[in-house]
Design a protein around this ligand. Structure first.
Ligand code: DAH
Length: 341
């Protein structure tokens, strides 16, 4: 084979291999194999010395053309492969911006807090201040100062957890009345939302821990009429504008007179249904006129001042509002239950 044929042969072989190549690294291998120091083209050029003087420039020119051709092919294929690699990479990394993202479940206010906040808003609107008191309480504030001396039978209904003989977990927010009246002179207008404790077993309507909201108003000339008017506003706000209230005589040691308050049933409007057990009325709170002895004990003269007080169960109100029939659900922390409110 003459040198021209050999050059043509190399050119064809190279062209075929380059067009078959799929990787940039293969191109580099081909460059070394054909155009490198020990490459095929270089090998042929080395044999040029044996050519005649006429043939040498002709073959030389042809060799240069073949080299230029090969370099051109390499560069073109390199560009093609780079473009292909980029396309593949883009296809692999493609992002569907219409896919839904990962979302984090949003929490919400506990139903007990929702009801408590609503009650606070209402009373703050009527000029009340929020008062606070300790959950670990002296016997004195929880019982004695509220006319429940040691051995008083009414203590039996509010058995609690004792820390020492004289310290306990408060059974009612009424204890805060005493703290407030010891520290502030009338006019007093406060509410106190908070946790209370009783040694009760847990069932659908009882829990050893629950929440109350206490109200206390002391001023000159405060009457039972003021109490009733206040509770009417409260009942209409919480249970609907058509709600009626009814005061039933009752006994609480720290108020005189005392009453339990019923509201007309929010489910049937008073006709009688399953919710009110056919009664038409549902009991929602206890209240009364602050007992003169309680005022006196706190250094407030009952001849000059009078007051009313009330205590509302928050769980009971939340159960009514949300149609919950088992109190325990409020304390289980199950998000499937809580996310409904
Ligand atoms: N502390 C009472 C209870 O837990 C509720 C109560 C009744 C509070 C009458 C009062 C009140 O302030 O005047 O059963």
């Amino acid at each position: 084979m003459g040198m021209k044929e050999m050059l043509e042969d190399i050119r064809c072989k190279f062209e075929e291999k380059v067009s078959e190549s799929q990787e940039l690294s293969q191109l580099e291998e081909l460059r070394v194999a054909f155009l490198g120091k020990k490459g095929e083209l270089t090998g042929v050029l080395r044999g040029m010395g044996q050519l005649s003087a006429e043939e040498r420039p002709v073959v030389g020119q042809m060799a240069n053309e073949v080299r230029a051709f090969m370099e051109g092919k390499l560069a073109a294929r390199k560009e093609e492969l780079a473009a292909k690699a980029l396309d593949e990479k883009l296809a692999k990394e493609a992002l569907d911006v219409t896919m839904p993202g990962k979302t984090r479940a949003k929490g919400s206010l506990h139903p007990i807090n929702q009801i408590s906040d609503e009650m606070k808003d209402l009373f703050i609107g009527m000029g009340y201040e929020i008062a606070d008191g300790p959950e670990i309480e002296y016997d004195y504030y929880n019982f004695e100062a509220l006319n429940l001396p040691e051995g008083h039978p009414a203590r039996d209904t509010q058995d609690t957890f004792y820390i020492t003989e004289k310290m306990l977990l408060r059974t009612q927010t009424s204890s805060v009345q005493i703290h407030v009246m010891e520290n502030k002179k009338p006019p007093i207008r406060i509410i106190c939302p908070g946790k209370v404790y009783r040694a009760d077993n847990m069932d659908a309507t009882h829990s050893p821990i629950f929440h109350q909201i206490e109200g206390l108003v002391v001023d000159k000339g405060v009457t039972m009429g003021d109490l009733k008017g206040t509770l009417e506003v409260y009942a209409r706000h919480m249970f609907g504008p058509e709600t009626k209230i009814r005061l039933r005589p009752h006994h609480f040691p720290f108020t005189e007179p005392s009453a339990e308050v019923d509201v007309s049933c929010w489910a049937c409007g008073g006709k009688g249904c399953r919710v009110c057990k056919g009664e038409g009325w549902i009991e929602v709170l206890g209240c009364g006129m602050v007992h003169p002895d309680v005022l006196k004990r706190c250094g407030i003269d009952p001849k000059e001042y009078s007051g009313f007080a009330f205590g509302i169960g928050i769980e009971r109100t939340a159960m009514a509002r949300f149609g919950v029939t088992d109190l325990r659900q409020f304390f289980e922390g199950d998000a499937r239950f809580l996310s409904q409110f």
